[in-house]
Design a protein around this ligand. Structure first.
Ligand code: HEC
Ligand code: HEC
Ligand code: HEC
Ligand code: HEC
Ligand code: HEC
Length: 177
């Protein structure tokens, strides 16, 4: 009896502890996977308007980073498009006051990992004759309303899993230089 009570107490105590940890971690994850952005930029509307990923993330096929477009590019449309929408009013404030929009970064791998967009986006392999699509790592961005979500963890298991399926390098020094 005493023994069982002890077990019960054990589960009750750690059960609550577990729930709190779970609650905190999901709050933490939700908060961190979708940071609020200074302007409520919706990917879906822009892909529907006919823009391509590389129109805005212009260095994804040229270097390590994909990059973000300058405000002047956004204003090439938004000086006339959607000027009554709340998001465009915010955007126009940045433009008028000559302040760059400080987007919060969503995807980030640790400094000890080497990653290059160009290497993937321009790859020519059996499974990816036209490069690894953005969607393989970032999900269905073209359907995403505001805010943009992080749809993959970009963990080591994810990188290595795809490399194994594609005969790409599994050598530790490829990613940890
Ligand atoms: C009209 C310009 C535009 C187009 C087109 C566009 N994006 Fe974006 N993208 C942005 C802006 C602005 C941000 C920063 C705001 C945000 O994160 O929501 C962003 C953020 C992102 C991020 C997150 C960056 C980070 O912080 O980690 C990814 C990934 C991304 N875009 C992928 C894509 C893909 C894939 C496509 C094509 C299906 C695409 N984008 C098309 C403008 C664009
Ligand atoms: C090729 C033209 C074009 C470019 C370039 C463009 N947009 Fe848009 N944007 C649109 C269209 C079209 C809509 C949809 C308007 C509507 O719903 O009536 C839109 C909608 C938006 C909205 C939604 C407004 C709201 O409150 O619903 C935001 C915010 C926005 N754009 C921000 C940006 C940002 C930031 C950039 C630059 C990274 C950008 N746009 C570049 C055409 C463009
Ligand atoms: C093989 C996986 C993979 C593919 C394919 C990929 N990305 Fe990424 N992306 C990542 C990783 C990993 C990061 C975080 C990199 C870091 O922290 O340096 C990232 C970060 C980003 C960022 C934010 C930082 C930056 O580099 O500017 C943007 C924007 C982005 N990706 C857009 C794109 C677009 C657009 C495409 C397709 C043209 C694409 N990505 C294809 C894995 C990928
Ligand atoms: C969806 C599949 C996929 C994912 C996910 C992926 N890769 Fe790759 N990776 C490839 C392919 C395909 C190549 C090109 C192989 C070739 O050109 O022979 C490659 C090449 C590379 C290279 C260059 C290798 C060399 O031999 O020079 C590096 C570095 C790299 N990846 C790092 C990463 C990292 C870090 C991640 C995770 C953040 C990652 N990759 C996720 C498919 C992927
Ligand atoms: C294709 C790319 C890739 C290869 C190959 C790779 N790693 Fe990693 N590794 C990563 C990424 C990405 C992370 C960061 C994961 C994260 O932030 O969750 C990482 C993280 C780590 C960590 C930190 C602990 C952790 O799990 O987060 C260690 C240790 C590590 N790798 C060791 C190795 C060893 C040893 C090898 C060779 C057997 C290797 N890695 C091969 C991409 C790779």
């Amino acid at each position: 009896m005493f023994k069982r009570f002890g077990t019960l107490l054990f589960y009750a105590y750690f059960g609550v502890f577990f729930l709190i940890t779970l609650g905190l971690s999901s709050y933490f994850n939700a908060f961190h996977s979708t940071p609020p952005q200074p302007v409520p930029y919706p990917h879906v509307k822009h892909l529907q308007a006919g823009l391509q990923c590389l129109d805005c993330h212009q260095s994804a096929n040229k270097g390590k980073y994909a990059g973000l477009p300058p405000l002047s590019f956004c204003m090439s449309c938004h000086q006339s498009v959607g000027t009554n929408l709340p998001g465009i009013k915010t955007l126009t404030e940045y433009w008028k006051t000559k302040k760059p929009v400080q987007w919060n970064r969503l995807h980030r791998i640790p400094d000890f990992v080497y990653f290059s967009h160009k290497r993937h986006v321009t790859a020519k392999t059996k499974n990816y004759p036209n490069g690894v699509p953005c969607q393989s790592c970032h999900g269905q961005v073209q359907n995403m309303p505001y805010p943009m979500r992080k749809s993959r963890s970009l963990s080591m298991g994810f990188c290595v899993g795809c490399h194994r399926q594609n005969n790409a390098s599994l050598d530790c020094y490829t990613c940890h230089k």
